[in-house]
Design a protein around this ligand. Structure first.
Ligand code: C2O
Ligand code: CU
Ligand code: CU
Length: 564
């Protein structure tokens, strides 16, 4: 009661609740430019009429603003942590260095501000941001810490696509949540009993009678959506997680796993005055997909294996100059060649075998202090992921997109052939083969994460991490690792590097910024094998610290150099 009073008196940012049990879907405000401020904070939100629900939001009480960025721009994000608890902010899907990625290693303590700066190297698509503190991701995300990132680029801008934000280009985050009798959000993602769209239940959106683009995000902890219109109206997927598809894919159903995004076009041209109902057809999900039916009758929540409405669309008058057609072609996705790729095996298991809660990657629970493997910048990676458990797991990798080569040994459906960062690995010996290459960043110390995007699984340790070492050319597996002696350190201008290269006549020196960007590569030739004293000149480097790596065919050395 005290809570409710406070809420009514202070008039916390409440969602407008109409008398008809249908709530207008709020469109998050946008933030853009080179400097963006986000404050993560606790709040009270009126999700159910007259009831204050404890929530978390960025720059508000619930969810967060949409960050709109242009490919090629530089951005600084100042994240102020007012949560009273440790958090991180992960830019899910963005190609950033491990230091900027907001993984569990990059924590923001209560009361502190974290200010990563990075260039936008991504393609036009729909990304998102959310907390990632180890063991607490589900709690913070379910309470509402999540927002969209929209990247625009020159290629997408040439296409005749709807892009008036909030009008014919609408971001929609769909989230299963569990509310208790007091309508508070509880951390039991197996009991999901409500579906929210942009933070409201029974959402209704007004859309103009023309081609409308909806950017769909499954921001749930656990369950999959299987979107489709009640009247089975066709729609067209134009983008997957991290970029446009080659061409629009027409469909009547779209399965979206937790963490996954899709942009769709819906032709509302002849629907003025009509009401469309978007549903999730849980009854049509394959067995073992959370939200459908589970093997052995496991995990039945009230919304499992049912069909229910997720959004009402009221179609009004068209805007001036509406888009009315679906483009025939969108982009050309160039899938990497597997030639010379390093292949890795990633296996999901459960303990015991039939368990629906206790999952492992390569028979191991995540350990912050242990790195699963090391690769290097520019190396093509093929990952074979197998799932011996009874349920489907959405597999996600940080810091880069990938292409799905195969699902269960077959070419994936057309809507999964674009750039992705989440892929569903089917249950019962299901498999996925994907290809990726970490081109832009290397960091010898901080890892990138990979994990199941079912947040209770992730928090429970269904996660791993890997190092992408800064690039070198013409070497195989690095053999021996060691530390460089650099003097003077700190220093300015010229330095002497000492490294023991017993057999090498040549080596490669690379310099990375503290956040993992490759700044410079130099070839060191004509060396006499043995302990080397290599003079280098770094005049002109800004003060700060850098990673220096010297690599020969058989050895790799790295160390921190502080420039005054
Ligand atoms: Cu969206 Cu590591 O997560
Ligand atoms: Cu991510
Ligand atoms: Cu999982």
């Amino acid at each position: 009661m005290k809570l409710l009073l406070k809420f009514l008196v202070c008039g916390f940012a409440a969602m407008a609740v109409s008398a008809y049990g249908q709530t207008p879907v709020p469109i998050p405000p946008t933030l853009s430019g080179n400097t963006i401020d986000l404050t993560v904070q606790n709040g009270m939100t009126e999700i159910y009429p007259g009831i204050a629900t404890h929530t978390i939001g960025y720059n508000g009480s619930f969810l967060g603003p949409t960050i709109v960025l242009d490919a090629g721009q530089q951005v600084t994000l100042n994240v102020h942590n007012q949560l009273g608890d440790t958090t991180t902010v992960h830019w899910h899907g963005l190609n950033v260095s491990p230091a900027n990625d907001g993984s569990p290693h990059v924590i923001i303590k209560a009361g502190e501000t974290w200010s990563p700066t990075f260039p936008i190297l991504d393609k036009a698509a729909t990304y998102w941001y959310h907390p990632h503190p180890h063991g607490k991701t589900m709690q913070q995300v379910l309470l509402g810490a999540a927002g969209f990132i929209i990247v625009r680029d020159a290629e997408e801008a040439t296409l005749n696509l709807p892009r008036t934000y909030g009008v014919d280009d609408v971001p929609l985050v769909f989230q299963f949540k569990t509310f208790d009798a007091q309508k508070q959000i509880v951390m039991d993602d197996e009991a999901d009993n409500a579906v929210l769209v942009n933070g409201v239940v029974d959402g209704v959106v007004n859309s103009p009678a023309q081609m409308v683009r909806y950017r769909l995000l499954n921001g749930s902890s656990h369950r999959f959506f299987n979107f489709g219109f009640a009247n089975n109206k066709q729609f067209h997927q134009i983008a997957s997680d991290a970029g446009l598809l080659d061409a629009p894919v027409s469909m009547t159903r779209l399965t979206l796993a937790p963490g996954e995004r899709a942009e769709i076009l819906v032709d509302l041209s002849s629907e003025q005055g009509n009401t469309l109902t978007l549903k999730s057809f849980g009854t049509e999900l394959p067995q073992g997909f959370p939200g459908g039916t589970m093997m052995m009758g496991g995990m039945e929540g009230p919304l499992d294996n049912t069909d229910f409405t997720v959004l009402t669309i009221n179609v009004g008058a068209p805007t001036a100059n509406p888009v009315t057609t679906v483009p025939t072609a969108l982009t050309i996705n160039e899938v990497l060649s597997q030639n010379g790729a390093t292949s890795r095996q990633i296996g999901f298991t459960a303990q015991p075998m039939m368990s629906m809660t206790n999952f492992f990657i390569n028979n191991k629970k995540f350990d912050m202090e242990q790195v699963e493997f090391t690769t290097e910048q520019g190396r093509v990676e093929v990952w074979n992921i197998t799932n011996q458990t009874m349920m489907a797991h959405p597999f996600h990798i940080h810091g880069n997109h990938f292409y799905v080569l195969q699902v269960n040994g077959a070419t994936p459906p057309p809507n999964q052939r674009g750039r992705k960062d989440v892929v569903t690995v089917p249950p019962m010996n299901g498999s996925v083969k994907l290809i990726t290459k970490y081109e832009n960043y290397g960091d010898p110390v901080l890892p990138y994460m990979f994990h199941c995007h079912i947040l209770s699984h992730e928090d429970g340790g269904m996660m791993g991490q890997f190092i992408v070492n800064p690039a070198v050319s013409g070497t195989e597996e690095p053999i021996q690792q060691g530390t460089l002696t650099i003097s003077p350190n700190p220093g300015k201008g010229s330095f002497i590097i000492e490294a023991d290269l017993p057999q090498a006549a040549e080596a490669v020196l690379t310099l990375h910024s503290f956040d993992g960007r490759l700044l410079e590569t130099r070839k060191l030739e004509g060396l006499t094998p043995g302990v080397q004293q290599i003079p280098v000149d770094f005049t002109g480097l800004a003060a700060g610290w850098y990673w220096l790596t010297v690599r020969s065919r058989e050895r790799v050395f790295s160390g921190k150099v502080v420039v005054e």
